[in-house]
Design a protein around this ligand. Structure first.
Ligand SMILES: [Zn+2]
Length: 444
């Protein structure tokens, strides 16, 4: 701990918000709370992880690690150890196809209890071990040390979260009087719930560090496209404004709290969809998990092809822009017929933080044997055949999917990547980041 007590801190995550939309919204005053924060902080564009999909990204935000360390590979993946598919919620239809009850269990409980690596340390664990109180609202990566029982009567599955833990009414560590928010994304309801809980927490000054996660914007952006979701951004802005009000006003808010505001990934417009599995239709012993703009191929028992052989089958597929696979100690990347060995400390093609992100995605033990980054404008259909063609999507290594707005107020520097956020928060409180975070280097 620092000699002088550190200012309390809040991490605000607006899911799927792109830098250009953020920059435009704070420029013309359409988002008053965000504009106020932007005027008082340092801002830069930062980079997400890969696949640039919410469960992967939120795990990176919470642990300061890429998937090689935190082990969450995708929205949908194959659990080799338990020999079954895991579906965190590519779409409601995909959830139904994979089994609704089990998917909710996977997304809420198992991701934190079973899938998130024990080798990764969450920001909640690290800060509470140092004697601080952490709080989380609605973020799906919440692993902490405090046992919480669901609010649903008759359901006895505990979740281990931060001391103050609020998750879509299913877990509520304190009675806040917030309105009901069913798990799902009925328009506007989730951020409204977050705002009510956030107001309660700020009014009581009930934490040292709070993660305030707002998912509604991403949902709207998928439907209307990345530049068509301003109405949803107004709701996110109102949810941020609720925190400022609860502190007694914007100036008072910044007197009390250091703030990082960012998104988890970007979004790009998609015009068409593709079935990644079509190239593998006649190959026994393979399983494809794909959704949004990333896909993976798993070798199952009976598969006679090595990863390289599977990658060969995708050669010439216009939907598969970059194909990645491991071979011995190396990670190989192919794009447009060119094959390179991925150097985690060097750029890869023209992707932001490309080498580090591609390497970490393939070196995740839960990833497929082949990992695919989609071509611009294309989305891979999910388990139920659903996609967002005509709207927005994300998941690839491409800049538009991968760049996030990053605003820091009361921190020494602006995090360059979402994996730098947790270490920045830990250092803010005088807590040493885990060794994997200290070792991370970043190529330009
Ligand atoms: Zn999304």
């Amino acid at each position: 701990m620092n000699e002088t007590a550190s200012k309390k801190a809040i991490l605000i995550v607006i899911d799927g918000l792109t830098p250009s939309v953020f920059e435009a919204a704070v420029d013309d005053g359409r988002a008053p709370a965000l504009s106020f924060l932007a005027q008082h902080g340092q801002y830069a564009r930062a980079v997400s992880t890969f696949p640039s999909l919410t469960p992967v990204c939120l795990s990176s935000l919470a642990t300061g690690a890429h998937p090689d360390v935190h082990h969450i590979p995708h929205l949908v993946w194959y659990d080799r150890e338990r020999e079954r598919l895991v579906e965190y919620g590519s779409s409601f239809a995909a959830l139904r196809a994979a089994g609704m009850a089990r998917s909710i269990l996977d997304a809420i409980i198992n991701m934190n209890r079973l899938h998130l690596s024990r080798g990764a340390v969450t920001v909640y664990e690290a800060l509470e071990d140092a004697g601080l109180t952490t709080a989380a609202i609605n973020i799906t990566c919440y692993r902490g040390r405090t046992r919480h029982l669901p609010t649903l009567r008759g359901v006895a599955i505990p979740a281990y979260g931060p001391r103050r833990f609020f998750f879509y009414n299913l877990f509520e560590s304190d009675p806040t009087g917030a309105p009901l928010a069913v798990f799902g994304r009925a328009q506007g309801s989730i951020d409204g719930y977050a705002a009510a809980v956030g107001r309660w927490l700020v009014t009581r000054d009930g934490f040292d560090f709070l993660v305030y996660y707002l998912p509604d914007y991403d949902f709207a952006s998928h439907v209307y496209g990345p530049d068509g979701a301003f109405e949803a951004l107004a709701r996110s802005d109102a949810a941020v404004g609720a925190l400022l009000d609860a502190a007694g006003g914007p100036e008072e808010f910044l007197e009390r709290y250091a703030v990082i505001l960012c998104s988890d990934h970007g979004q790009t417009r998609v015009e068409g969809s593709a079935q990644l599995q079509s190239a593998l239709a006649n190959v026994p012993g393979t399983l494809v998990t794909a959704s949004n703009r990333a896909g993976m191929i798993y070798r199952l028992p009976g598969c006679k092809l090595e990863a390289r052989g599977l990658a060969d089958l995708l050669e010439g597929d216009p939907a598969a822009e970059t194909i990645l696979f491991g071979e011995g100690d190396e990670v190989i990347a192919r794009r447009d017929g060119e094959e390179v060995t991925v150097d985690r400390d060097a750029p890869l093609f023209d992707y932001p933080d490309g080498g580090a992100r591609a390497w970490a995605a393939v070196r995740n033990p839960n990833a497929g044997d082949v990992v695919v980054s989609a071509a611009p404008g294309i989305e891979f259909a999910d388990l139920a055949g659903r996609h967002h063609a005509g709207g927005g999507s994300h998941g690839s290594l491409r800049r538009g999917d991968s760049e996030v707005p990053m605003l820091a107020i009361g921190f020494d520097a602006v995090p360059e990547s979402i994996v730098d956020v947790a270490p920045a928060v830990l250092r803010h409180f005088g807590v040493e980041p885990p060794s994997y975070a200290r070792a991370l280097s970043r190529a330009a």
